[in-house]
Ligand binder design. Structure first.
Ligand SMILES: NC(=O)c1ccc[n+]([C@@H]2O[C@H](COP(=O)([O-])OP(=O)(O)OC[C@H]3O[C@@H](n4cnc5c(N)ncnc54)[C@H](O)[C@@H]3O)[C@@H](O)[C@H]2O)c1
Length: 282
């Protein structure tokens, strides 16, 4: 399989904008698509600021920043989304991702790789209804994407080995450390880390301690971010969707039961930093 020369990212939210920044920063012409023009405007500003920080830290020249920004194309037209590799970072819903991959398959070459940044949805299920399911693969970045080194590469039952190899090579080109993970619910990191959130929410629900205290104690014990501060960074809605998907995948195993407190935050629109309010106010 040929090296990936062009990239498209679908979904310009928390993760999509960071992945698009990585693409342009590392020399790939990158199309960034979202349904919302507001999301695209915010993403463009965030990418410009992210690259600006690298210039301040002498990790990028001002000219390289300009060249990177020139490689970015923003669009709300799905018909524009054609590339060697398309990474989707839209809401964590199987129906939405299925529809999107089917639409993208219809306007791209059969060789176009369709990669998903899903945190929890099985790649095998995601690929099943997509024409040429061999080209569907998991490529799971961590938040914030420009900074976190790890990327999980997940093959579903249908994924062609050459496709997994190609996205692993892409991850390296983007400066990341790819790790192969089996197609099991939550892959590696989210399966282990889920309890950091679920157990902390349970402690708060049972009045063991207020959420701020849980954060303070876990940060004092060595974690970089307490679970509630981290959920606000991730997106309370996204974190809730991932827990719900894992609860379903593990056949309602109580270990993964979503929390009522978190459900209420989602219902109230308190989705964390991106909406200005989550567990904390920003
Ligand atoms: N937030 C995290 O920390 C994190 C980390 C790793 C992986 N993920 C995964 O990345 C994906 C995106 O999560 P996020 O937190 O960036 O979400 P987000 O809510 O911040 O952004 C999603 C974006 O997708 C857009 N969108 C929704 N449906 C769309 C569609 N059909 N076509 C095009 N755009 C659409 C929305 O307008 C929004 O801008 C999810 O699968 C999530 O599980 C999230």
């Amino acid at each position: 399989m040929n090296e990936i020369q062009t990239l498209a990212v679908v979904g310009a939210g928390t993760m999509g904008l960071g992945i698009a920044q990585l693409g342009v920063q590392h020399g790939l012409p990158t199309i960034l698509f979202d349904l919302s023009t507001t999301a695209l405007e915010k993403a463009q500003a965030a990418i410009a600021a992210g690259l600006g920080k690298l210039v301040e830290k002498n990790k990028l020249t001002a000219d390289a920043r300009e060249a990177a920004l020139a490689r970015l194309t923003l669009t709300t037209e799905l018909a524009d989304v054609r590339a060697d590799c398309i990474i989707e970072a839209v809401v964590e819903r199987l129906d939405v991702k299925h529809k999107l991959f089917q639409e993208l398959a219809a306007i791209n070459q059969p060789s176009t790789i369709l990669a998903s940044n899903t945190s929890s949805l099985p790649i095998t299920q995601l690929a099943a209804p997509v024409p040429v399911p061999e080209r569907v693969v998991g490529l799971h970045f961590f938040n914030p994407a420009p900074l976190m080194a790890l990327v999980e590469v997940i093959s579903g039952v249908a994924t062609a080995p050459a496709v997994a190899d190609a996205v692993e090579a892409l991850a390296r080109r983007l400066g990341k450390t790819p790790v192969r993970a089996a197609d099991a619910p939550g892959f590696i990191v989210n399966r282990v880390a889920r309890h950091y959130y679920v157990e902390s929410l349970k402690a708060v629900e049972e009045n063991v301690a207020p959420f701020e205290v849980v954060d303070e104690l876990l940060e004092a014990s060595g974690f970089k971010m307490g679970p509630f501060r981290l959920m606000d960074l991730i997106g309370v809605d996204t974190n809730f969707s991932v827990t719900s998907a894992m609860f379903a995948s593990f056949h309602q195993d109580g270990k993964f039961r979503p929390s009522r407190i978190q459900q209420q935050k989602v219902d109230a629109g308190h989705h964390g930093r991106k909406t200005g309010r989550g567990f904390y106010t920003y």
